[in-house]
Ligand binder design. Structure first.
Ligand code: HEM
Length: 444
């Protein structure tokens, strides 16, 4: 049994949370500053998870000794009824889903999805944007991102009525358990606000998803959409069990793709307003490359600065701001013994702000991601899409979706965000901007 080389430091997180009750992200950031890359324990009363932020330690937990750190406990257990036993689970059922899904996400397939995605995004911008009328930023972005993903995943198999049912149900499902994320020590059996809404949302999702799956399995499965691809990949697994495996992967993929993408893209607008010089470069590039044409994948290779901008958005505001794991066996990381069965929290949000690894970490500067700069930083200093065997399957899709959506809007409009001063993040299941942020799009 390994012995502590150094005593484990404990950060009084509950006290910080009480002090920063109105802006909990400040408590979290303060804890990260106090840890300064060391492995510490967060004192949350009855619950004392380990906080991992140093890139070497991130590499150890997510890649080198990954089988020891499973998706169980905090965050994962409350969401298990939604996510099922598919790609967002762990162990054998996860490995099985990963084997099936990874080959589906080839560059060729992702490129073909992106072509279709560009068409859908252009249509949705036309349908949803009313120039000159203020709207809630998160809702406006979601009104494009959500139906885009649903149409890509389900193809022609889904009706507008079903989309209108699925989108709000997902929104409820991923937000209803937020309170359990901040109070992970409350047992699942103890009722909490949001539990009933969560159950109703799952029921609504299943009522849309299962009939689509059965229909896709009964028909030929040559479609290019994700449902057809999944059905084809699991064609030997018949009956209710086969339907359920497809449902679990589909619902988990949907959850992994919409909330993250929509959250990331919500941050673009306040950032453009806060940094006018950066915004001017983004606008100049889009005007030059896209001009008045509908945006398409052919424009993407030339939108170099926009890509740097998106990478920097994901550095300062990574939607998956916290990744909890449970240690199966005791382990030593950074000289600290992690006890078997304890919770380990990893946070790209905190790693991405470590002054040891980032120059002026709180300054928004896309130049960090100028071509050729990747080699200059620690490989695990930047990991908005996770790392190791569980690394995000959709990162290339997102890196196409983001410039298509931002470029598709900015080729015609300029944002005016109705807020003075910095926009603070809100800790939910993803890192959303503070509630109620509104903006107006005006002609460019
Ligand atoms: C800004 C956008 C996105 C961000 C920040 C993001 C982030 C992440 C992160 C941090 C993980 C690792 C989770 C873990 O280790 O427990 C992950 C996994 C995953 N992501 Fe994404 N994601 C994004 C978009 C997408 C999209 C568009 C898709 C689907 C098309 C997708 C599908 C997945 C899947 C299936 C996994 C699970 C992989 C596995 O466990 O084997 N993501 N993502």
């Amino acid at each position: 049994m390994a012995i502590d080389a150094a005593p484990t430091r404990t950060v009084p997180f509950l006290r910080k949370l009480t002090r920063h009750a109105r802006v909990p992200v400040n408590a979290f950031e303060e804890a990260g500053t106090q840890a300064n890359g060391d492995l510490v324990r967060l004192n949350m009363g009855p619950f004392r998870p380990y906080l991992v932020t140093h890139p070497d330690h991130v590499q150890h937990v997510l890649a080198r000794n990954q089988p020891n750190y499973v998706r169980e406990g905090m965050f994962w257990d409350p969401l298990a009824p939604l996510l099922g036993e598919g790609i967002l689970s762990d162990g054998e059922s996860w490995a099985d889903s990963r084997r099936i899904l990874q080959p589906l996400f080839t560059a060729k397939y992702v490129n073909s999805l992106a072509e279709r995605m560009a068409e859908i995004i252009n249509e949705l911008i036309e349908e949803t944007v009313v120039p000159g009328r203020p709207f809630d930023v998160a809702k406006g972005v979601s009104a494009i991102v959500h139906p885009t993903i649903v149409r890509l995943f389900f193809g022609a198999k889904i009706s507008v009525a079903d989309i209108n049912r699925l989108v709000p149900a997902y929104d409820v499902a991923v937000t209803a358990k937020a309170i359990r994320l901040l109070m992970p020590f409350v047992p699942e059996l103890f009722p909490m606000p949001g539990d009933q809404a969560f159950k109703r949302a799952i029921k609504a999702i299943d009522e849309v998803v299962y009939p689509r799956i059965r229909q896709a399995r009964a028909e030929d499965q040559e479609g290019n959409d994700v449902v057809s691809r999944l059905c084809k990949a699991r064609q030997d697994e018949t009956g209710a069990e086969g339907d359920r495996r497809i449902r679990d992967d589909l619902v988990a993929m949907h959850g992994a793709s919409t909330e993250t993408s929509a959250t990331a893209l919500t941050w673009a607008w306040p950032v453009l307003q806060t940094y006018p010089e950066i915004a001017a470069k983004v606008y100049e590039e889009i005007d030059r490359v896209v001009g008045g044409d509908p945006i398409s994948t052919a424009h993407l290779p030339d939108l170099v600065y926009l890509r740097m901008f998106v990478n920097e958005l994901l550095r300062l505001y990574p939607p998956g701001w916290i990744l909890p794991r449970k240690a199966l066996e005791a382990d030593v990381v950074g000289g600290v013994t992690i006890e078997a069965g304890s919770t380990v929290l990893l946070s790209p949000y905190l790693t991405h702000r470590l002054p040891r690894f980032w120059d002026r970490p709180l300054v928004f500067d896309p130049e960090r991601f100028a071509p050729g700069n990747e080699g200059k930083r620690h490989r695990y200093a930047y990991w908005p899409f996770g790392a190791g065997p569980h690394v995000c399957l959709g990162q290339h899709l997102f890196m196409m979706e983001a410039p298509l959506l931002i470029g598709g809007i900015l080729r015609k409009y300029r944002p005016v965000v109705h807020h003075d001063g910095p926009v603070t993040p809100r800790l939910a299941s993803s890192l959303r901007p503070m509630a109620g942020l509104s903006m107006t799009l005006v002609p460019a």
